[in-house]
Design a protein around this ligand. Structure first.
Ligand code: 2M8
Length: 445
């Protein structure tokens, strides 16, 4: 890629973010996702940081303004109002009516959460802050820091009552919706009876085969009804609720984010107590992932708490030790070999050697279908960051080059891409795709 194409791509990516800017927060995409999503906002802030670090901080401040009193940062903040076309809307969640933890917020929210990319974003913003703006941005990071600690504490305690170091996910919408990782747990849910509903996503997109099925949606919505019945109370949920998965990808992001939070403690003047607490979560998270790592396959397995069984599928989540920047040379070596094997990036049918969401060797693999096969640029961005931090500069450079080639080849900033053809799929003008392209295409400092 030449310097000229980089500049053109940056301009196009910036135009996507600006086009989706709703004034202090950014729509995840104009078509499918008109509100503010949690981990989208973190990636989006990284994109904004290349255009204006102040705007980048505002994105996260707006998101954290909707943080629950438990510390949870909700997965959607319904900022676009009731007229916005998105299903399911706030009435399905009804959070403020059923739990005091969600009262007094500037907007309605959902009652679940997504991977905590936010501290990684704040660290990136700080790295990109030009010297004249540092005092002002440092003050804003100082103000946000306690909220970030509160968020991580919620995940390390409310979502991990066993102190296993692994976060319990409550819902497929906590990140990777229709990943085959959840298939067995969803199939075990007996007689889902959600109230009547009409999906909007399949008609908005035009190709239902790129989205979850109605079978999935019945279960997604039924789980929301149960969460509401349990008043989003973690203790009740842990006792009664049918879908509880120790999600190794989510847990790995928390490990990486805790490391970023420790770095930020220096910027924000965090006290010794905070640092010790965060360092404790970091160690516990690494140990939890090590217990889930299988040296034979080289993969890390999710764990279904209710069924008491490991989830051994070849998906991107199996690279949790890499996403967590594992310090263990054995794990790292096994994961790097697997990454470039025919099961993943070395598969000869791939258009680019990028990490697909599900291995083409997995029976559940579908190249067009959402989290069941396509390449998601944000996931490859997380992997790229990890590889840099792990000292794998050449592999990281390849991932960056191929990711940019994928977007340039498609000519679109879509949500996900067909791993075999590179064709753009899902929602067009997806903000987080534009954001990571801005980071990849940035001129070297
Ligand atoms: C997708 O999920 C939403 C529900 O949250 C949906 O399908 O309606 C997922 O890819 C999720 O990870 C992402 O945050 C969201 C917005 O981009 O879209």
């Amino acid at each position: 890629m030449t310097a000229g194409t980089d500049v053109a791509l940056r301009d196009q990516a910036a135009a996507v973010l600006r086009g989706n800017d709703a004034g202090g927060w950014t729509k995840a995409s104009p078509l499918l996702y008109p509100h503010q999503w949690s981990w989208d906002s973190a990636f989006i802030a990284i994109g904004w940081a290349h255009l204006d670090v102040r705007r980048a901080m505002t994105e996260l401040e707006q998101l954290f303004a909707a943080q629950w009193s438990t510390g949870m940062v909700p997965h959607i903040v319904f900022r676009a109002g009731r007229g916005a076309r998105y299903f399911p809307g706030p009435e399905w969640w009804d959070c403020a009516a059923v739990t005091p933890a969600a009262r007094g917020l500037p907007a309605q929210t959902t009652g679940i959460c997504q991977p905590p990319v936010h501290a990684l974003a704040v660290r990136r913003i700080w790295q990109l802050t030009p010297p004249p703006l540092r005092p002002a941005i440092r003050a804003r990071i100082q103000a946000l820091f306690p909220r970030l600690v509160h968020w991580h504490r919620y995940l390390a305690t409310g979502r991990d009552p066993e102190a296993s170091g692994l976060v319990t996910a409550y819902h497929p919408w906590e990140g990777t919706d229709n990943s085959p990782r959840w298939d067995r747990a969803l199939a075990r849910i007996e007689a889902p009876r959600p109230g009547p509903y009409t999906r909007l996503d399949t008609s908005e997109l035009g190709d239902p085969a790129q989205r979850p099925t109605d079978w999935d949606y019945d279960r997604y919505l039924w789980l929301v009804e149960l969460l509401r019945e349990y008043r989003y109370d973690d203790e009740q949920i842990h006792r009664h609720y049918p879908f509880q998965i120790k999600d190794v990808f989510f847990s790995a992001v928390l490990v990486a984010a805790n490391a970023a939070l420790l770095d930020l403690a220096g910027v924000a003047g965090g006290g010794d107590g905070d640092r010790a607490e965060v360092a404790g979560w970091l160690d516990r998270g690494r140990a939890g992932l090590t217990r889930q790592f299988d040296a034979g396959s080289g993969l890390c397995a999710d764990y279904d708490v209710r069924a008491g069984e490991q989830i051994r599928l070849r998906t991107f989540a199996g690279f949790a030790p890499l996403f967590a920047r594992t310090a263990d040379a054995g794990q790292r070596g096994a994961q790097l070999r697997l990454l470039d094997s025919a099961d993943f990036c070395g598969n000869p049918r791939l258009r680019w050697p990028l990490l697909p969401s599900t291995s083409p060797a997995e029976p559940a693999f579908e190249p067009h279908n959402y989290w069941r096969g396509p390449v998601w640029p944000v996931i490859d961005w997380l992997l790229w960051q990890s590889l840099i931090e792990l000292g794998c500069a050449d592999r990281a450079a390849g991932l960056r080059r191929d990711s940019l080639a994928q977007v340039t080849g498609a000519g679109e900033f879509n949500e996900y891409f067909d791993p075999f053809t590179g064709a753009p799929l899902g929602s067009p003008r997806q903000s987080w795709t534009a954001a990571v392209v801005l980071d990849w295409a940035a001129p070297p400092p």
